[in-house]
Design a protein around this ligand. Sequence first.
Ligand code: PMP
Length: 396
Amino acid sequence: MPSKTLDQYLQENLQDLKNRGLYNVIDPLDSANGPIIEISGRELINLSSNNYLGLATDERLKEVAIEAVQEYGVGAGAVRTINGTLNLHVKLEEKLAEFKNTEAAIAFQSGFNCNMGAISAVMDKNDAILSDELNHASIIDGCRLSRAKIIRFNHSDMDDLRAKAKEAKESGQYKKIMVITDGVFSMDGDIAKLPEIVEIAKEYDLITYVDDAHGSGVLGKGAGTVKHFGLSDQVDFQMGTLSKAIGVLGGYVAGKKDLIDWLKVRARPFLFSTALSPADTAACLKAVSILMNSTELQDKLWENGRYLKKSLKDLGFDIGQSETPITPCIIGDEVKTQEFSKRLNEEGVYAKSIVFPTVPRGTGRVRNMPTAAHTKEMLDRVISIYEKVGKEMGVI
Ligand code: PMP
């Protein structure tokens, strides 16, 4: 039988995704990614960014970024271990360690490659990783890259984790065992049960790894989920991104000095990919300082999150079990979810649909990410549009 050409393969598969309502359309923005965005000449209220605190467009960050460009240029010029380490990178890492209350920290060019690099720097084929079934794609890929045995546990199910940790430990098959979880699950907005995870980790000698991409800047007075639970000295890897609440770009791990020293010699994106740019690094440094000095932005974020959640729930929408400002609006069917998001867009609200494979089949949702930068008037407009579209489509 003749093999398929690349063109045939792509056309068939793209069409199949479109038929099943799973094809993701990308809309380029003609504006900054703030609370109001412009797309194809239309202004829309934006509920789809991870710019939780509005720092992506903050004047203070822009100012230091411009200064950094003037002083250091636009590129770091090399990978960190050759001569791409600027004093700005060192200052950022020191600041991140202080922020997370750890001995040291290491910065990467993105959260994604941080997970890829950090997990595979420590775990190998003789090891096992207990991974929450809803963990982010970058964790899944980092685990795969390590070649450790991946043991998935049911989402936030501590009985399942305990049973699987016991079995892995008692099998005597693995040299090291890690438990890895998101701190905040971004599709549902729920928080990992870190106190129980840490307890199970102690019982079965597990290495602990928390990806706090969505908790940093949001929980624990800004320092994240681990601090929120008072566990700063009990989690080995406090991983985070610099691209969400921090508003810029990058990822990091904070932890003990030996761990960070090891990552600096073993994490491949750190060793083989050019360092964060001067502007990004300076802006991140400024953002972390702002977070460490005031909770004003977090307070506003939570106020907006509570208001949106309560209003949508009162209208009769299923907003799931979110414990954070993330507000999913669960519709279920993939095609209907996409249609709902499209109607919101036509009415002036940009809230993306999230469907399989990002979330399990049949749990399609429109995910709303209120930020500190939204005004009450903007949210009121969103709520009235939700009411209109919800009634029109028989969702409420
Ligand atoms: N971890 C989690 C939980 C995330 O949600 C994301 C981003 N979607 C990442 C890691 C990757 O971070 P970045 O966007 O900085 O690469």
